[in-house]
Design a protein around this ligand. Structure first.
Ligand code: GLY
Length: 453
């Protein structure tokens, strides 16, 4: 039997650990640095998934060698950019995930946009700016709506969608001058705003072959539902988040569209990665796409990791053994993997930190300033068959599991219909509460109500 280590701590990473735990080949999954939520899950309680509180890369490598870990999967972009894969490979440890150099596909949008333009992969019009004044002059003159994007890693949040010129100027000011996304804001990509349906599409690469996943999901990035007018007003717009929920299969999934995505986008991009860049990329690639009302596809972004919250719904729908995929990525044998998808519909609703009382005044809640340390109530009431993946959570010696991040939990439900999955997901999210200890124990959990609609 095999041992896997998943490096990460969020909901997507918990889901990876859970999915490896389902493998017929795996009898132990270590989750590092992990989060305390796993010990509240059945696999955590049986010891199949075990959290190890190691963050340091060298200590991770030592742990892998001492414990004879067969495969390491790295969930998020920051450790990839910091070179975790490179250092594990130098120590002879098998991994899934791109080497540090290849993370540029996500961290340098201008580089990737230029590459896509060069090879003729469709993407919206864009220009790159290092100077905020020149960027402002550009948006005053172009006459169409734009999206302003920080040119660096921003956990899926670094794009501001603008309705008009004043929004675009405010976005340039906050990204480039106020540096809301840190140093990623030294350069921006200003891209034509597109309308249509967002698609999150994934493909595994083994350095030789590509295995596009023939199933895709839809993420809900805006923080609020369209009729949450009061909140949208308070926050100064419907801000983009890392994702507030997701469903799969996407309503547009069809063999026709999957084939088009593979032909128009995935194959030329992967061919260019392997042959023009000469990169033996091993891991997953995430294509953020738009399908417009005239069936035109455009690439918004490429990421070098699984999507969060897309991966949890896709992983639940995937019946192929994840360990077999992982080993095929390492062994360059993805061409031998058969994709099997179950027939269920999945909905993931994220339980977020809403408005809560701070020691002075109020926390607006995610994606603004949010409170922490709120006791998580109701986990014991969750119905059988509902998966909870833990993200921004911590453990308090007195209160037990408490919130720690703005997106605290994923509530994931499968059903034979999307309607059924939605109903069950919402019934279960409503069983949960975050206890606002500064405000007489009122519930400060917030969730979007339109996931899957
Ligand atoms: N859900 C968006 C992302 O993972 O970047």
């Amino acid at each position: 039997m095999m041992k896997v280590l998943v490096y990460g701590s969020g909901g997507r990473d918990h889901c990876l650990a859970d999915k490896y735990g389902d493998s017929q080949h795996v009898d132990k999954v270590y989750f590092a640095p992990g989060n305390p939520g796993v010990s509240y899950t059945p696999k955590g309680q049986r010891g199949l998934i075990e959290r190890i509180r190691i963050k340091d890369f060298k200590e991770i490598a030592d742990f892998c060698i001492e414990n004879k870990i067969d495969l390491v999967d790295v969930g998020s972009e920051n450790p990839l950019e910091e070179g975790l894969i490179d250092m594990l490979n130098e120590r002879g440890i098998r991994t899934i995930g791109p080497r540090k150099e290849y993370v540029r596909l996500e961290s340098d949008r201008a580089f990737t946009d230029d590459l896509l333009r060069k090879i003729g992969v469709p993407k919206p019009e864009y220009r790159v700016f290092d100077d905020p004044e020149k960027a402002k002059e550009y948006v005053r003159n172009i006459g169409y709506q734009v999206v302003v994007k920080a040119n660096g890693l921003a956990a899926g949040k670094g794009a501001i969608v603008c309705d008009d010129v004043s929004d675009a100027i405010a976005a340039i000011e906050s990204i480039m001058v106020k540096k809301v996304f840190g140093e990623s804001g030294n350069r921006v990509v200003i891209e034509e705003r597109k309308y249509g349906t967002e698609i999150s599409f994934f493909a595994y690469l083994d350095g030789m072959h590509v295995m596009p996943l023939k199933m895709f999901a839809q993420d809900y990035k805006p923080a609020f539902d369209p009729d949450d007018r009061e909140l949208i007003e308070q926050f100064g717009g419907n801000l983009n988040t890392g994702g507030t929920g997701c469903y799969c299969p996407h309503k547009e999934v069809s063999p026709w569209l999957v084939n088009r995505i593979i032909k128009e986008i995935v194959n030329p991009t992967v061919n260019s990665i392997y042959n023009d860049l000469g990169w033996a990329y091993k891991g997953i690639i995430y294509f953020g796409l738009n399908l417009d009302p005239y069936d035109r596809l455009d690439v918004f972004e490429i990421n070098v990791r699984h999507g969060d919250p897309e991966w949890p719904v896709i992983a639940r729908k995937l019946s192929t053994d994840l360990f077999e995929i992982g080993m095929a990525v390492w062994d360059e044998s993805l061409d031998r993997i058969k994709q099997v998808w179950n027939k269920q519909h999945y909905v993931d609703v994220i339980a977020m930190e809403g408005r809560s009382k701070a020691s002075k005044g109020w926390n607006k809640g995610y994606p603004g300033r949010y409170g922490k340390g709120h006791k998580i109530l109701g986990l014991d009431k969750i119905e059988k068959g509902v998966a909870i993946y833990f993200a921004g959570v911590d453990e308090d010696p007195e209160k037990g599991l408490v919130t720690y991040g703005g997106r605290a939990l994923h509530v994931i439900v499968g059903d034979s219909t999307l309607k059924g999955a939605r109903e069950k997901a919402y019934r279960n999210v409503e069983l949960l509460a975050f206890e606002d200890h500064n405000n007489n124990g009122t519930n400060c959990l917030r969730f979007r109500k339109t996931i899957g609609l």
